[in-house]
Design a protein around this ligand. Structure first.
Ligand code: ZN
Length: 407
């Protein structure tokens, strides 16, 4: 990934000006503590009771004459079994929440966000809060709209200040991916070429520890360096496919393949799994990258085109997954970016420049409105990469994410 070498070094700009201190070192986690605020525990207890009700022959015998509780017949129980996490590298909040407008001028966007992201905003966004007064129908939530005016854009929720931020103070890619895939701040990742050992287990490590097997987890990315932050205990036994592969076209930039080749690899892998009856992926991570590269080159038109294509790739990926019984109505989609970019005429770059710290996020979970509401509550308290990583782990396992310990 192209980056200004200066991005990695502290500049004279004051910390206060460029970064919010509360985002730094915020990720010390404590695991295992029960958080009474987390409603999954109640759902889990209910599931155990229902299981006893259905599975214990003695219990069934004694209650056989009792009619089933009426409330259960109204709505199908919600299940979240799989998590798909998608990252669009270096897509600013400006483009995501406003649309095509390089300098975010007051004249309004040259192209609205629904034109830029017809699937994310037009289709999934139509299932967000503003479209439904009935909370049981809300299947999409957006976070981090820092352009929101009071009373408008009510489909975006988030922390009190409405902002989502990175967890570190670098504003570059790899530390952000490390925090996102860690569900916790990984303080040793300070550059895009980090090669060392991660101090904390990642979300993937924890999923394996929890009992998932390697064949249920997969990581795909256009940019090759993401491979360095997928596990604290390499080598890994899950599928990792990052960077340019043989047969891929050679892009204009180093260390990555084009998103088109990434997307082909993801779809090919999913189709091949279906063909051999491999069962669902419980955690799938896909990181697109063309957007960031075209921005660094300074080609705003191609930066926008990269987003339109990413939107179309996600549409195809989503359409495929939701057509499969293994995924349909039991998959949580988390979509975000790794970092923002400079404001106005500084849109080409990012790092320790103001604007880079702001990210956006959306979560979508068809048929799982109640689950979405509880996850949204957690993001409403603190919207950042580590929270998103934690949510991914919690949703896949049904465990208490213990978010209170994360900030
Ligand atoms: Zn970049």
């Amino acid at each position: 990934m192209i980056q200004n070498a200066g991005d990695l070094r502290p500049k004279s700009m004051s910390t206060k000006e460029s970064y919010n201190n509360s985002t730094v070192n915020a990720g010390v986690r404590r695991r295992g503590a029960f958080s009474p605020r987390w409603p999954l525990a109640g759902a889990g207890l209910l599931a155990i009771l229902l299981y006893m009700y259905a599975g214990d022959s003695h219990f069934v015998k004694t209650v056989a004459q009792t009619p089933a509780p009426a409330a259960k017949q109204d709505a199908a129980p919600e299940t979240t079994e799989n998590v798909v996490m998608i990252v669009l590298d270096g897509v600013r909040t400006e483009e995501f929440f406003i649309g095509a407008n390089p300098y975010a001028s007051k004249r309004g966007p040259a192209q609205a966000k629904e034109k830029l992201f017809p699937f994310l905003w037009g289709e999934l966004g139509a299932r967000a809060q503003s479209a439904h007064s009935d909370s049981a129908k809300i299947e999409t939530r957006f976070f981090g709209d820092r352009f929101r005016r009071r009373g408008r854009n009510r489909d975006a929720a988030g922390p009190k200040d409405g902002l989502c931020r990175i967890d570190n103070n670098y504003g570059i890619s790899l530390p952000a991916y490390a925090d996102l895939l860690g569900g916790v701040r990984q303080p040793t990742v300070r550059s895009n070429t980090f090669q060392g050992r991660l101090p904390h287990p990642t979300v993937l490590d924890r999923l394996l520890e929890h009992g998932f097997v390697g064949s249920e987890l997969a990581v795909f990315s256009s940019w090759k360096h993401i491979a360095s932050v997928v596990s604290a205990t390499p080598p890994v036994d899950f599928h990792v496919n990052t960077g340019r592969q043989s047969g891929d076209r050679r892009p204009r930039w180093k260390d990555a393949r084009y998103d088109r080749d990434l997307h082909k690899a993801v779809m090919g892998y999913l189709g091949e799994r279906t063909d051999r009856g491999a069962g669902p992926l419980r955690f799938l991570f896909v990181a697109y990258n063309d957007s960031d590269e075209w921005a660094h080159i300074g080609n705003y038109g191609r930066y926008l085109n990269a987003m339109r294509r990413q939107d179309a790739y996600i549409r195809e990926l989503y359409g495929y997954l939701e057509s499969q019984p293994d995924y349909r109505a039991k998959t949580l989609y988390i979509i975000t970016t790794d970092h923002g970019r400079g404001r106005g005429r500084h849109w080409k770059s990012h790092g320790r420049i103001p604007g880079s710290q702001y990210i956006w996020a959306m979560i979508h979970a068809p048929g799982q409105s109640a689950r979405l509401t509880s996850l949204a509550r957690a993001l409403g308290e603190r919207c950042s990469h580590t929270t998103l990583g934690d949510l991914a782990y919690a949703a896949a396992t049904g465990e208490d994410p213990d978010l209170a310990a994360n900030y």
